[in-house]
Design a protein around this ligand. Structure first.
Ligand code: GLY
Ligand code: MN
Ligand code: MN
Length: 462
């Protein structure tokens, strides 16, 4: 946890722009794997953790805009609980660590909310994303689940996004702490990705590093020789010399801050000539995007810059026809780069997307595109100092997509389908880093993780 003042300051900043009433934040509860007392690793609701710091289940926070006071609702453990879970600091002690001086038993929350509603005081809450929270809000507010979902406050969500999307130095330091471990994991994976190994053996070596610190993953690892399957969570294939493995893996620090890194590994230790040409294209897409990032630049335009870099390099290789502008503006380029350039990252790997992807990534100055590929871009709006964004271009050969577009005659004047066919067993390449927007430009967070052809080959040879 940070110092209590950090949470006090966050809550007062939220209050400054809040609509009058009670601001209600329900923390997460344990989620059972198969029965109640066999839970998944606990993950706190990120907005609750952002405002109240505490990483225990069964808590709720209320901020009253009239008094400016925050109250933490929860229960002290009794001796029956202690037998199973061990002692915990009292609720008042825990609240003090978050700078909250007022606590109430959890059971009092219902009465406080009912009384507010009876007196015409509005209760503002965020759209719940877990069924347990939907049911709890329904119980507390005396509404149906549908009414709960409809009744979430958009102004409150916008206020939270405005706060959470600008990372303070203490948050950037935590993302960098997560990246230190993620860096170690990626280097271990490069060394473990030997011909004959099964993917899960390399994954085990890599994830063990995070587990040995009692940390969690920020998302399920993607580690696959079938890198063209964008979110491939299977790890059951035997690695063969000549494969490219896409490794998209990131640890979360114990403070909850995420990291999200992708490297592409040549099994056998050396990139082939044809792999190297496209790997260096993806690297150029990424480096040029990072160099273009600064406050005021729309990430939508950075995505398109990255697409232009790709097409300018793939045209002479024979993949596309026409001009760079035609291939990019038509959306034809997305046959090879069908996802967005990146997203915000913080306490969540896709930060705040539970509040709505468009609310986080778009605004009145930038609407989401309807084109295939560009339409998957999660972050399109202008960059601001203090944002942390992933930059993750890629090139993929997805046989089913190539076949479907060829059959439809899609972009037949812009795409050389015979050339794409020659690469249908190529797999994919993605390179991803986490980048802070600074006053004057941008900074790749964390110590460098081997990324150039020479750096990756050197680690694998060691
Ligand atoms: N790790 C998922 C992503 O890069 O968005
Ligand atoms: Mn990723
Ligand atoms: Mn990502």
């Amino acid at each position: 946890m940070f110092a209590a003042e950090v949470y006090q300051q966050r809550r007062s900043q939220l209050l400054a722009g809040a609509q009058p009433g009670l601001l209600l934040f329900i923390g997460n509860v344990d989620a059972p794997m198969n029965y109640l007392h066999n839970p998944y690793p606990f993950v706190q609701d990120s907005t609750f953790r952002y405002l109240f710091g505490l990483n225990d289940p069964g808590l709720a926070g209320v901020i009253d805009t009239r008094s400016g006071k925050a109250t933490l609702f929860g229960d002290d453990v009794d001796v029956d609980d202690i037998v199973w879970t061990g002692p915990l600091p009292t609720l008042a002690e825990r609240a003090a660590r978050a700078g909250v001086s007022q606590t109430r038993p959890y059971a009092a929350l219902e009465e406080v909310l009912r009384e507010a509603l009876l007196n015409g005081v509005a209760v503002h809450y965020l759209t719940p994303y877990r069924a347990e929270t939907v049911l709890e809000l329904a119980r507390l507010l005396g509404r149906t689940a549908d009414a709960v979902k409809r009744g979430a406050s958009q102004p409150l969500a916008r206020g939270i996004v405005a706060l959470r999307e600008i990372k303070g130095p203490e948050e950037v330091a935590e993302i960098e702490r997560a990246l230190e471990v993620t860096r170690e994991m990626h280097i271990a994976a490069m060394k473990a990705a030997r011909p004959g190994a099964v993917e899960y053996q390399a994954v085990g070596a890599m994830e063990g590093i995070m587990r040995s610190r009692d940390w969690q993953l920020a998302y399920p690892s993607i580690f696959s020789r079938r890198g063209e399957v964008l979110h491939n969570h299977r790890h059951d294939q035997v690695l063969q010399a000549g494969d490219l493995v896409v490794n998209d893996t990131g640890a979360s620090a114990d403070t909850g801050y995420a990291s999200d890194i992708t490297r592409t590994i040549p099994v056998g230790g050396k990139f082939s000539e044809r792999q190297r040409a496209l790997y260096e294209t993806v690297l150029a897409m990424q480096l040029e995007a990072i160099a273009a990032m600064r406050p005021g630049v729309k990430y939508f335009d950075v995505h398109k810059l990255s697409a232009r870099t790709m097409v300018a390099r793939m045209l002479p290789l024979g993949f596309f026809k026409g001009t760079v502008e035609q291939v990019v503006e038509s959306g034809a380029y997305a046959i090879a780069f069908p996802h967005g350039l990146g997203h915000q990252i913080g306490l969540d790997v896709h930060d705040m997307e539970n509040l709505g992807e468009n609310l986080v990534g778009y605004d009145e100055h930038q609407q989401r595109s309807e084109l295939f590929g560009l339409g998957y871009l999660r972050m399109g709006k202008a960059l601001k100092t203090g944002m942390v964004i992933t930059v993750e271009p890629g090139i993929y050969f997805i046989p089913e997509l190539i076949d479907a577009w060829r059959r439809e005659g899609k972009f037949a004047d812009l795409i050389d389908y015979d050339k794409f066919d020659e690469y249908r067993d190529f797999g994919g390449i993605r390179i991803e880093d986490n980048v802070l927007v600074t006053d004057s430009g941008s900074r790749v967070l964390g110590a460098p993780i081997p990324k150039t052809v020479a750096e990756v080959e050197a680690v694998m040879a060691a």
